[in-house]
Write a protein that binds this ligand. Sequence first.
Ligand code: FES
Ligand code: FE2
Length: 370
Amino acid sequence: MNEGTGTPSKPTEQAGEMLWGFWYPALRSDQLRGRKLVRALLLEVPLVLGRDSAGKPFALRDICPHRAFPLSFGRFDGANVECAYHGWQFDAHTGQCRHIPSLTADSKLKCERIYAGSFPCEERDGYIWAFMADPEGRAAVFGDAPAPPAPELPTFSPRYQIAHLWADLPCSVDHGIIGLMDPAHGPFVHQAWWWRTRRSIRDKAKQFEPIPNGFRMSPHAPSANSAPYKILKLITGEPATTTIDFVLPNQRFEQIRAGRYWLSSRTTVTPVKRDLCRLDFVAAWNILPWFPIVSFILHVLGPRFIQQDTEVIEKQGLGLKYEDRMMLVDDADRQARWYFELKAALLESRRTGEPLRHPVTGPVTLRWRS
Ligand code: FES
Ligand SMILES: [Fe+2]
């Protein structure tokens, strides 16, 4: 594909729009301990999260329906959250009001009809996920379709190691995501002798195909100009293949398989508010636990990469203050274009009830230099 698409695009209506009706990681599991109530912001919705006495997490809107006092200042007994202002109590999982201390015995008020906003909440892969159907958190109570299963990182053997990395990105979710799928910045932002340098730039041709709500870079041999992949091949003695998927709203999966060894990772860019998002990276692997190369890549090189991306996003913000138009140029920016088109197609299909009109109509090869 090689159309001329170098014209500046006007910011579209969906630019920066946050997508409702999906699961997002609100916290890492280890941030939620014991009876503690912890605050999080997701899609500009204030949440209070905790764990019930059985350890199951919950997520309520951090706003008391009485007078909007943040519930996170209140007490939690393992089942109900008590607002610190007038002591109203709410079921942690449903948000249903259980008790209003100021009511007299003959009061006609049915407190069980009052709800704090609540969000379906699940724990997977070391994250506490919340299903953000709408900003009020009412879908769970008012009979909308049940939430789909929470996302799960694919794993390929019973035993594996797992690691988490994260960073705040001071930009809109769109810039965070297109930065994630951008192949052209590698040799400039992530320069290092063991990874990529300007001199290592070469022609790439990658096959893509549509998948539901996203697109896949079909299984291929990893970039020949990356030292870690060379090492991987050297130690496993098997040819490695890698598959990369992007799926709406914000998930990028990468799987590397070499014989019985595998590494599976997922990066999500989650909108916290309009101009702030959080990058969460989780990787699981069974590659030679006694040989620390993977661990080294994840714990030393991973944070360095993320730091480089964060710095770039911070500097980009200086320019975006004055100019929010962007250019999406040829195949190197094709994935970013697909992302915007997918997002628009999703919103359109929700509006019309028609099936999503996928912007990627079949297998296609993209070519760029990186
Ligand atoms: S504001 Fe929460 S009980 Fe009154
Ligand atoms: Fe990067």
